[in-house]
Design a protein around this ligand. Structure first.
Ligand code: SF4
Length: 240
């Protein structure tokens, strides 16, 4: 086990799933294929990321990206949400985010009471906020503070599972097995930088999709267990 920049013990991959060569291919793909246009990537402050990830939880990015610029303009920090709670709830309700919006008000009150209105960078402090789980804590630390993190969500679990050929159960996302498997996606099996985590999430969302993954257009098909299997099967079928 290795210590992260803040001294936390970070999960390590058993061995890296992707060599430097394939990480180079992912980064080239990300330059043109990444979702750089998403508004929360333009001004990734800890507050903006916490807000965006709360809105995005179990919601498609395209449903939130229309509303997001207006929300960040109207509510630039937790004080604005607490002060104009009914407006916040109304705006969130219009996007179907009722219960999360209520919980987020509680989190904003905690930020004001315990952290001077600022989003903390420590994992434990983030996890103590209402509605903040491990995924949001990791996203805030990585994308908001620039701290290398292992981002464990259904996308990175699917990617790790398909590349390794090991069946991972997404619902067991806090298990040591899944944590280690996702950590092993990082270059040399370590937590990834913000840009590399965005690249993994975008690759999973746009190429290694839940249904109809684009194996042939995938920059890592030559090293992926599932991709190699599917492509070899297709070649043998077309040769008969
Ligand atoms: S080759 Fe296919 S299964 Fe493997 S990572 Fe790429 S899209 Fe996913």
């Amino acid at each position: 086990m290795k210590k992260s920049r803040e001294g936390r013990t970070a999960p390590e991959g058993e061995s890296p799933l992707l060599s430097r060569e394939y990480w180079a291919a992912i980064r080239v793909w990300y330059k043109s294929g990444g979702r750089h246009h998403l508004p929360w990537r333009q001004n990734a402050t800890p507050w903006n990321i916490m807000l965006a990830e709360t809105l995005l939880h179990r919601t498609r990015a395209d449903a939130i990206q229309v509303l997001y610029p207006r929300i960040t303009e109207e509510f630039p920090g937790p004080a604005a949400i607490v002060k104009r709670e009914s407006e916040w709830l109304e705006m969130s309700r219009s996007a179907g985010l009722t219960w999360r919006a209520v919980t987020f008000v509680s989190a904003c009150k905690e930020l004001l009471a315990q952290h001077g209105g600022l989003v903390p960078s420590e994992r434990e402090a983030l996890l103590a906020l209402p509605g903040v789980g491990h995924y949001i804590a990791s996203a805030v630390r990585c994308f908001g503070f620039g701290i290398p993190e292992v981002i464990v969500d259904s996308n990175t679990i699917r990617l790790s599972s398909r590349i390794s050929g090991r069946a991972l159960v997404a619902s067991r996302h806090r298990s040591r097995e899944v944590q280690k498997a996702v950590a092993s996606l990082g270059e040399v099996g370590r937590p990834s930088s913000p840009a590399d985590n965005y690249a993994l999430l975008d690759l999973a969302t746009k190429v290694c999709r839940i249904t109809k993954p684009d194996h042939w257009g995938c920059p890592i098909r030559a090293t992926c267990a599932t991709g190699k299997h599917v492509i070899a099967g297709s070649a043998s079928t077309s040769a008969t």
